[in-house]
Design a binder for this molecule. Structure first.
Ligand code: NAD
Length: 283
């Protein structure tokens, strides 16, 4: 049976380390790192993510402010709030919880966040920094995957890494980060032909598709490392990843569960980015 990569335990250990770093930063500088989280509308999943972020900030000593805006909030009202937070010295990171209601342009809102406070690393300027390998922030979910690989001693260099999914928030940046670590990277997506032939070549397989149990055991090479980014809610309310965990764990060398794998790492990386933003604000 595979090694189960424990994202919950890893993120707890990383948060403990971070708390020490934040305490030291506050006593050296007198500055408390601050994160503003904006949520628009009543998406229940988003509400849970935002509460998790508030609790995680409190646990490590980050000052957090949450702005809960009504579904009818106009784009201009949201942009005005972002502008205000861009200028607020107590706030070092700004996160706008996605998705936004359809009458608001996510692109415009992301572009309005100061790149120095863009702790999600979605702003085109930060995406560009990642492309050239010279960055302050990494997008939280792919960065969480890289932290798990590192902490479990899984070497990326020279490995064939297959990423299923090409979204701007997971698949594309994940591919860039694996490439930066000298992996040989293949990106697959909804138009990819003969997907299973490609995934079976993967030494490291990352699934970021959004379809429950999409990756079956026959799509995985013996001894592969399988990272499941997917979060899917089944009809009975339980959560399930993009990978058929029970079957694939019998074949893989190591695998992340859902829940308790990549998910907890995402919030942890956001906290690290907020400390980085606070440090950078003093330079
Ligand atoms: P998305 O819908 O933006 O992208 C899905 C990708 O899957 C697309 O690029 C698409 O080309 C690809 N795809 C769809 N059908 C396919 C098929 N049949 N074959 C191959 N590729 C196919 O989703 P996303 O925002 O990248 O999220 C992906 C999953 O990760 C979702 O389940 C989401 O909930 C989850 N997620 C988890 C975290 C976390 O913290 N763990 C963070 C972000 C997203």
């Amino acid at each position: 049976m595979a090694i189960i990569i424990d994202g919950k335990a890893t993120s707890l250990a990383m948060k403990e380390e971070l708390k020490g770093k934040i305490d030291a930063f506050i006593s050296q500088t007198g500055v408390t790192p601050g994160l503003a989280v904006i949520i628009v509308g009543n998406n229940p999943a988003s509400a849970v993510y935002v509460r998790n972020k508030e609790n995680a900030c409190a646990a490590v000593g980050i000052h957090s402010e949450t702005f809960r805006l009504a579904e009818e909030t106009t784009e201009e009202e949201l942009l005005a709030l972002v502008r205000k937070l861009n200028a607020d010295e107590a706030i070092h990171g700004i996160l706008v919880q996605l998705p936004l209601p359809s009458h608001i342009s996510e692109e415009k809102v992301i572009a309005s966040i100061s790149p120095k406070k863009d702790v999600d690393a979605f702003h085109a300027e930060n995406v560009g920094h990642i492309m050239i390998g010279n960055y302050h922030f990494l997008p939280c979910t792919p960065a969480g995957v890289m932290a798990l690989l590192e902490r479990y001693g899984i070497e990326v260099a020279g490995k064939h890494c297959v990423v299923i999914g090409r979204s701007n928030i997971v698949g594309k940046p994940q591919a860039m980060l694996l490439l930066e670590k000298n992996g040989t990277v293949t990106v697959c997506h909804s138009k990819t032909k003969n997907l299973a032939d490609i995934t079976r070549q993967a030494d490291i397989l990352v699934a970021a598709v959004g379809r429950a149990r999409f990756v079956r055991a026959d799509m995985v090479k013996d001894g592969a490392v399988v990272i499941d980014v997917g979060i899917n809610r089944l009809a009975d309310g339980t959560l399930c990843g993009d990978v058929d965990f029970e079957a694939v764990k019998e074949k893989a060398y190591a695998i992340t569960p859902v829940p308790g794998g990549v998910g907890p790492m995402t919030v942890t990386m956001l906290l690290y980015n907020t400390l980085t933003a606070a440090k950078e604000s003093l330079k």
